[in-house]
Design a binder for this molecule. Structure first.
Ligand SMILES: NC(=O)c1ccc[n+]([C@@H]2O[C@H](COP(=O)([O-])OP(=O)(O)OC[C@H]3O[C@@H](n4cnc5c(N)ncnc54)[C@H](OP(=O)(O)O)[C@@H]3O)[C@@H](O)[C@H]2O)c1
Length: 378
């Protein structure tokens, strides 16, 4: 029996997939969007090559990975009836990582996060009535806590239906958690809520640059529109993936919700910028919190305009609420389960910044070997 994993071609999903492949012997049913199996394999190779070499990847393909070509926004993932039945029959637990993180698009969040998650829950219900499943793990987000200011949020009180949400992403992810509780009452459930997932504490390399781009831009400014003592809850992807993979495999977890975050150990802006300035031999920036309003007006004006500046402004605009809310998410549950804390961002942010700048915010992907050989021969 296998673990059904959605979102394995994404940033966190690929880390979780690599972790499960290395750390357990269960087969994986991977739901991948692609036109055919070869395209799905190539997409998986792209997302997993940060973790494994091609030989290892091929051996996993042959022994442990079963690809299902599906889209969670389609009824029964758009799978032929026989494939859907096989997925139901062979799935022993579900780890749902796929989502739309497009904070600007109500439509995309509605389709992928709500309709898509409902489709994954339906699959789990079919598997549950066929043979009972071991666990349904859902990767949510701390953004479900809605609009906050100056708080340490606890898992059980994070969802407050009377609060406003920052964006469609947060709103739809919040309702996903609700659907899960309502529609899978008899299945052991684990909800993981990562905070801002940025970089890997074990290495500088990354293939996800959205937030890194915003971070590198902010780190280059001589003046920042923030309060220096405000904390920002950033967590490395390796801690997030280790926690998800480990807790998903446990026969029983102590809790059903976990913040995957840095919690009260989160650094503040002054600590972060000091450590970066020191690493670069530069002067730290000056903080002028009064500029928050004008900065936000400027970002609103520039967001959506053409070119690099417009793109960066759009990115900063969607993340700004999460940078100025001075809110962190208690992580004592996951720290107790893992027996360790996440590495603080200030300890690994400089290598991440240098790698991203030196590589112009792109990752040098290795081609699928037969294709690479054909190109070499030309
Ligand atoms: N990154 C963060 O900082 C962060 C923080 C908190 C929570 N999270 C949560 O972590 C999870 C993973 O996020 P991520 O950063 O890894 O996102 P990501 O890199 O954008 O990956 C999203 C994954 O979802 C898949 N997906 C999207 N639409 C799909 C569809 N219609 N059918 C099937 N698969 C679909 C994507 O497949 P394709 O490759 O085909 O597009 C991709 O594999 C999400 O649930 C997110 O809410 C992320």
């Amino acid at each position: 029996m296998a673990i059904l994993l959605t979102g394995s071609t994404g940033y966190i999903g690929a880390h979780v997939t690599a972790n499960l492949l290395a750390g357990c012997s269960d087969p994986l049913n991977l739901l991948v969007r692609a036109r055919d199996v070869q395209e799905a394999r190539e997409r998986l190779w792209r997302s997993l090559q940060l973790h494994v070499d091609f030989e290892q990847f091929q051996s996993y393909l042959e022994s442990r990975i079963h690809i299902f070509l599906g889209d969670i926004t389609n009824p029964k993932f758009g799978l032929p009836a026989g494939d859907y039945d096989e997925l139901v029959r062979t799935t022993d637990s579900v780890l749902h990582c796929a989502a739309s993180l497009n904070r600007k698009s109500e439509k995309s969040c509605l389709n992928v996060n709500l309709r898509g998650t409902l489709e994954v829950i339906q699959l789990a219900r079919c598997a549950q009535s066929d043979h009972r499943i071991r666990r349904f793990s859902h990767v949510s987000t701390v953004a479900v806590a809605g609009q906050r200011a100056n708080e340490v949020v606890q898992e059980d009180s994070a969802i407050d239906w009377s609060r406003s949400d920052y964006d469609p992403y947060a709103r739809t992810k919040k309702f996903c958690e609700h659907m899960l509780r309502e529609l899978l009452p008899e299945v052991p459930r684990t909800i993981f809520r990562p905070s801002i997932v940025l970089g890997d504490s074990r290495r500088a390399e990354t293939n996800q640059f959205d937030m890194v781009r915003a971070f590198v831009f902010l780190a280059s400014l001589p003046v920042l529109p923030f309060r220096p003592a405000d904390r920002i809850d950033i967590v490395p992807v390796d801690f997030v993936a280790d926690s998800i993979a480990m807790l998903h495999q446990k026969s029983e977890t102590s809790h059903d919700i976990y913040h995957l975050s840095s919690g009260t150990d989160s650094g503040n802006f002054a600590e972060l910028t000091d450590s970066l300035a020191k690493a670069q031999g530069k002067r730290p920036p000056v903080f002028v919190p009064a500029l928050e309003g004008p900065s936000s007006t400027m970002l609103n004006a520039l967001a959506g305009t053409a070119g690099k500046v417009g793109g960066l402004a759009t990115l900063l605009k969607v993340f700004l609420p999460y940078l100025v809310w001075n809110t962190v998410f208690d992580n004592s549950r996951v720290v107790a389960e893992m027996g360790r804390k996440p590495v603080p961002f200030s300890k690994y942010c400089y290598p991440l910044l240098r790698f991203s700048r030196e590589n112009n915010f792109s990752y040098c992907y290795r081609e699928w070997p037969s294709r690479a050989a054909a190109q070499d021969a030309r």
